[in-house]
Ligand binder design. Structure first.
Ligand code: CIR
Length: 251
């Protein structure tokens, strides 16, 4: 069974952290409609939704991806780079605990799940404003015994590695301005006019993709990759993409 952990959009979403975007009002009702549609799309792709309780005092709590790295063998609880977000971890750990042995990144390490891109037994970790060398070193120590090889990826001008690169089947969809594309064996580059177009969510062999990036979608189509689109522009104003709103794992 494939589980998708999600969490409702909190009332406080307009107080979210912002690093590379100017603040724009987020329409809470519209963000919730889009988030509901996202959950329905995940269900249609075969996921059972496990909705965590809302955390209305934690403005970024809808972005559950950042709280943990879930691998087939174990889960690593993050120590979020943004202190305002650290209260998000506990309930995710409780939800994962029945399914995986748990590890945890500890001080002075910081690591956000959005910086971790696993491709089989290769794990790329973004060195970003949220994830530091100590966090990467701890993750490496935890997962190497399971046969993973961890590489650091420098990211520029964006929040997380997965803002710049996500797996869409055989290839990695990349924004070449934000990450070195030579890190990956096979890549497809986003259209230069679509800055945030590299964040796609691969689930059960299908790709869920924001409706807002038709030019990159056309590039994917030319490479024979069809995607299912969802509207995600409200939470995009909070610097969140499609991967950010779920943790998908097999049980
Ligand atoms: C933050 O700055 O932490 C949130 N406003 C956005 C987090 C997005 N998460 C992700 O890219 N994995």
């Amino acid at each position: 069974m494939l589980i998708a952990l999600t969490r409702p959009v909190p009332k406080s979403i307009n107080r979210c952290e912002l690093t590379h975007l100017a603040r724009e009002p987020i329409d809470l009702a519209r963000a919730r409609e889009q988030h509901d549609a996202y959950e329905r799309a995940l269900q249609d792709l075969g996921c059972t939704i496990h909705r965590l309780p809302a955390l209305h005092d934690l403005p970024d709590s809808v972005f559950v991806e950042d709280t943990a790295v879930v691998l087939p063998e174990a889960a690593v609880m993050a120590r979020l780079g943004s202190e305002s977000r650290r209260g998000e971890i506990g309930s995710v750990a409780a939800a994962l605990q029945p399914h995986r042995p748990l590890f945890a990144i500890e001080e002075p390490g910081t690591l956000d799940g959005g910086d971790v891109l696993a491709i089989g037994k290769r794990i790329f970790v973004g060195r970003s404003s949220r994830t530091n060398e100590a966090g990467i070193a701890q993750l490496r120590q935890m997962v190497e015994p399971f046969g993973y090889r961890v590489s650091t990826a420098a990211v520029r001008e964006c929040l997380h590695l997965k803002s710049a690169a996500t797996l869409i089947g055989e290839a990695v969809l990349c924004n070449a301005r934000w990450v070195d594309v030579k890190l990956f064996d096979e890549t497809i580059e986003t259209h230069p006019a679509e800055r945030f177009a590299a964040n796609a969510l691969l689930v059960n062999g299908s790709v869920l993709y924001p409706a807002a990036y038709p030019r990159t979608r056309a590039r994917l189509a030319r490479r024979g990759i069809s995607v299912q689109t969802v509207d995600a522009d409200e939470l995009a104003k909070a610097e969140g993409g499609l991967t950010c709103c779920s943790i998908v794992f097999e049980v």
